[in-house]
Design a protein around this ligand. Structure first.
Ligand code: G
Ligand code: G
Ligand code: MN
Ligand code: NA
Length: 254
């Protein structure tokens, strides 16, 4: 596979980078975290979307070394921002199912956290609902060990999968990220609005933070704030940014 071979070279050649999309505290309006998102401007293939190359990486097993690069880079960036005197941000990164099943994950995390002196709560992993249902017993143990390292766990795209409420209670999760489809529809569609409200209520009952993603308009932001969301993320606030731009983003008034 041509893309797979190019991706293998890209990981080794350092052609991947992370862009960081701010997450805003709904009450204070302050940026409290960022989501790191993979970017690949391939020399051979041009700009490649992660929605194209992440599935290829998952099928080929490349997602394990690629994901280890993402973990190391996110931790290194936390260290660079700290060295520049920026206030501490929670950096979340996306994890693929094969990474969560991989026996090297905990060592990879522990190594990167230690190398860059990442404080507890500095890093968070975003999982999807289906990853909880798969081999639930070993997944539960892995998640507990991740939390022991001081790393947070969020459920991404929440509401689109099929997690049982029992699982949400059983797994050591900190946060739910409401899928952007509900945010997109909530002003026009009372069902989507009710789902958003139900996710916020469920999350808060279980003592989880609730984040809305895909916030594109001020009206959506206001509705999500009224619904009680804790954090807001989306193009209304900011595109994913180069790490050099974060300092300006944090100091310039929105
Ligand atoms: O950033 P963008 O909207 O193009 O991302 C498209 C998809 O790729 C999203 O589902 C996002 O979660 C996923 N993605 C982005 N970066 C990573 C990453 O580092 N690891 C994994 N597994 N998925 C990622
Ligand atoms: O699946 P996940 O939530 O990780 O996907 C993150 C992707 O969502 C990123 O690739 C990012 O580019 C995209 N994204 C971020 N904000 C918005 C937004 O406001 N609207 C839309 N449509 N996509 C967004
Ligand atoms: Mn995500
Ligand atoms: Na998402």
């Amino acid at each position: 596979h041509r893309t797979e071979a190019a991706l293998r070279r890209a990981i080794e050649a350092g052609e991947l980078r992370l862009a960081y999309q701010p997450r805003i505290d709904a009450r204070s309006g302050r940026t409290v975290g960022v989501e790191g998102l993979l970017r690949w401007d391939s020399e051979e293939l041009g700009p490649m979307s992660p929605s194209v190359f992440v599935p290829i990486a998952e099928e080929s097993g490349l997602v394990v070394p690629m994901g280890a690069w993402v973990i190391e880079e996110a931790c290194a960036q936390i260290g660079r921002w700290r060295d520049q005197g920026l206030p501490p941000l929670n950096v979340s990164i996306n994890l693929s199912a094969p990474q969560l099943q991989d026996p090297t994950l905990l060592d990879t995390l522990a190594g990167s956290l230690a190398r860059h002196a990442v404080p507890p709560g500095g890093l968070e992993l975003e999982l999807t609902e289906s990853m909880l249902m798969d081999r639930a017993d070993s997944t539960l143990r892995t998640m507990q060990a991740i939390r022991q390292l001081g790393v947070g766990l969020a459920i991404d795209d929440f509401g689109t999968g099929y997690s049982s409420l029992n699982y949400l209670n059983r797994f050591p999760i900190n946060k739910l990220k409401i899928d952007r489809s509900f945010v997109h529809d909530m002003l026009a569609d009372s069902t989507a609005r009710a789902i958003v409200q139900a996710i916020v209520g469920l999350g808060h009952t279980l003592k989880l933070k609730v984040v809305a993603e895909g916030v594109e308009t001020p009206a959506q932001a206001a509705a999500l704030r009224a619904a009680g969301c804790d954090e807001l993320q989306g193009f209304f606030y900011s595109q994913p940014l180069r790490p050099e731009a974060l300092g300006d983003w944090l100091t310039e008034p929105a």
